[in-house]
Design a protein around this ligand. Structure first.
Ligand code: GLC
Ligand code: GLC
Length: 636
């Protein structure tokens, strides 16, 4: 113990000297945060880099960089920092509603996006994720996920100044700006990559570059192929014959975080984005950021330390910034990224996948099991619940969980894939396969929500399925996230096959352009677009008026009916509540009756918040096919 304290002290003195030498007069606020967070940052940084002789200099340089960034942080962002530090649970509110869109496809440009602000207000958005908008290679950029400069907006979308202005305008309207932090890799056109390709040793060390196939062959024994249709394995050969790690596409080169220069460089890019007014960073591909020979190179312990270290840098220099984890991996691993000191927010890929699974099977057992055992997460963190994203749907449930219910994971995934690409008799879905891997039998699914719900087959049923799916994402607990356009039932866009750079990637089928015609119909509930909109809008409004739906705490509820999902959301003590919301959702195509005994723990009088109908639970509850209710109940 004694030894650690003294090491900390020496290091701390080293940092203080470095700050003085850099001529930085840190203000009171920075000093206070340095006092509060330095020990953590130091411990994390030392865990990652302590074996290097220069680690203390590296750490001092990092803190100096943080102090500079704080100096440059605009006053209105510092005011927001103070506000959010005083109300650290702001994002757990039941009025939070997320949306996501591609700037170019939804609105042509950042300027165009401003004209949609009145609509965002109409919908009730408080969180908007703009898909990657940075400089990227054309036409192959993986939808912007290959970044050539984190400090430059893609010129076809606008400028960094416009992004800053848009962030301020969003802020004035109560909308938090979310952008990606694509920190696992850069594009091969990034300045660092170009210099590495030119043989510069300093920048060659920014990536995982090897002179021959020895190390690549060794690594590839254990790592998974993510885009096998694009390139098998995880490495590609450079022009000079060397091999570079590329987990995703050939032009996305993985950064080497075992090099502290890379950590510092990316911390600089992160703080730059924070100072533009970004509220939340979507931490892209977190599972892959640390590599170690002899391991699968996913979800390694150091990946967590690295995220915590980035988070500690934020606590110093951009205190209100939050992280959202994008880990599309085994549910045990997803959970490990969720922590106030790591990622405060996380996509909920398990719930997403199991909503689709329940729609296909009309059996909610797996989803109910997931809610029971995998939903509750640490205080001060939140799920981001979604029905679908810009990416494919992968069947990420745990085989062990499925086995407990007598389901064989491999067979079940095969069934789900064939169901969603309409190779299964009677399927309503019109999806498209993504990354069909004949070697492993693995495949994922592309498609818009409406097309996967059968809008092309039976619009009336499809509308009900779309709403049923969202009723779960909107009420289990966490921030609901809409893929914009889905709220008016947008369909698959097969035109992607004609678009340069998109033809080989079926995910573009579910990334259509702004569906203007559908939006024009949104107030006409006799149309499918209008019916979807009205149903979702009702859920949004009711959710915002229902304190029980804040936060993420969920109590499971067994209906003893395999088609009816149920869960309870208790009012927090702060909300003074004795009441709960009991959500019921019938995934069957038949009416389902739940007998009075099911509700024996509650007073008989209940009200469905969505329809405002009064119910007597003592008479049991009958749900129509695909019906969902949010009952306010009182436990006895
Ligand atoms: C993320 C993105 C995905 C992209 C990949 C590589 O998982 O969601 O669209 O292909 O990262 O950056
Ligand atoms: C894999 C990755 C995920 C990525 C997706 C893109 O599932 O785990 O990070 O978003 O592929 O399709």
């Amino acid at each position: 113990m004694q030894e650690f304290v003294s090491v900390d002290e020496t290091v701390r003195q080293h940092v203080v000297d470095a700050l003085a030498q850099a001529g930085i007069a840190t203000d009171h606020g920075f000093q206070q945060r340095l006092d509060a967070h330095f020990a953590d940052l130091c411990r994390l940084f030392r865990t990652l880099y302590g074996s290097r002789p220069d680690w203390q200099d590296q750490l001092a340089a990092l803190v100096v960089q943080g102090a500079r960034s704080w100096e440059e942080r605009p006053a209105e962002l510092k005011a927001l920092d103070a506000e959010r530090e005083a109300n650290s649970g702001w994002f757990l509110s039941n009025n939070m509603l997320g949306g996501v869109c591609y700037v170019d496809r939804y609105a042509e440009s950042l300027e165009g996006l401003r004209t949609h602000i009145p609509y965002f207000k109409e919908l009730g958005l408080t969180y908007l994720h703009l898909m990657p908008l940075f400089l990227a290679p054309e036409p192959h950029s993986d939808g912007g996920y290959a970044v050539s400069s984190y400090r430059q907006v893609n010129p076809k979308l606008g400028t960094m100044e416009q992004l800053r202005e848009l962030a301020a305008e969003f802020r004035a309207h109560g909308i938090s700006l979310v952008v990606d932090f694509i920190f696992n890799h850069t594009s091969d056109e990034h300045e660092w990559a170009r210099r590495a390709a030119a043989g510069d040793p300093e920048f060659s060390d920014y990536y995982w570059i090897f002179p021959d196939r020895t190390m690549p062959d060794a690594f590839e024994q254990n790592v998974r192929e993510i885009f096998p249709e694009n390139h098998p394995g995880s490495f590609i050969q450079m022009e000079d014959g060397r091999w570079v790690w590329a987990t995703f596409h050939t032009y996305q080169w993985d950064l080497n975080y075992s090099n502290p220069d890379v950590f510092r460089a990316m911390a600089g890019e992160m703080l730059f984005l924070a100072n533009q007014g970004v509220d939340i960073l979507r931490m892209d591909a977190v599972a892959f950021i640390w590599k170690q020979p002899g391991t699968p190179c996913e979800n390694l312990p150091e990946a967590h330390i690295l995220l915590q270290a980035f988070n500690a840098v934020c606590r110093l220099a951009a205190p209100s910034l939050l992280f959202k984890s994008e880990a599309i991996v085994h549910p045990d691993e997803v959970a490990l990224y969720i922590d106030p000191a790591e990622c405060q927010l996380s996509y909920n890929p398990l719930q997403m996948a199991l909503i689709w699974e329940s729609l296909a099977t009309r059996d909610v057992s797996l989803l109910a099991q997931a809610l029971e055992r995998r939903h509750n997460i640490p205080a001060g963190t939140s799920w981001v619940n979604y029905v679908r994203s810009h990416d494919d749907i992968g069947w990420t449930f745990a085989d062990e969980d499925a086995a407990e219910l007598g389901v064989n994971g491999f067979e079940h995934r095969r069934f789900l894939n064939s169901f969603y690409v309409n190779r299964f008799p009677g399927s309503f879905a019109r999806g498209v396969p993504f990354q069909d891997n004949p070697k492993t039998g693995d495949c994922r699914i592309s498609g818009t929500t409406a097309s996967l719900c059968g809008m092309e087959v039976d619009p009336a049923e499809a509308v009900e399925r779309i709403l049923l799916a969202h009723s779960v994402a909107f009420s289990t607990g966490g921030i609901p996230l809409l893929y914009l356009g889905d709220e008016v039932g947008q369909l698959n866009d097969y035109g992607y096959a004609e678009e340069e750079g998109h033809d080989a990637d079926s995910r573009w089928v579910h990334r259509p352009h702004y569906p203007a015609g559908q939006y024009a119909l949104r107030h006409d509930a006799s149309t499918p677009a209008g019916a979807v909109y009205a149903g979702l809008k009702r859920m949004i409004d009711v959710r915002a008026a229902t304190p029980e739906l804040a936060g993420t705490t969920l109590i499971d509820f067994d209906t003893r009916n395999r088609s009816v999902l149920a869960y309870q959301r208790p009012a927090s003590a702060a909300a003074g509540g004795e009441t709960r919301v009991l959500a019921l959702a019938n995934f069957s195509d038949q009416p389902q009756s739940l007998p009075a005994e099911t509700f024996s723990g509650f007073s008989t009088a209940a009200v469905d918040l969505l329809s405002e109908a009064a119910l007597q639970l003592g008479e049991g509850v009958t749900l129509l096919p695909r019906q969902y209710v949010w009952l306010r109940v009182t436990p006895v």
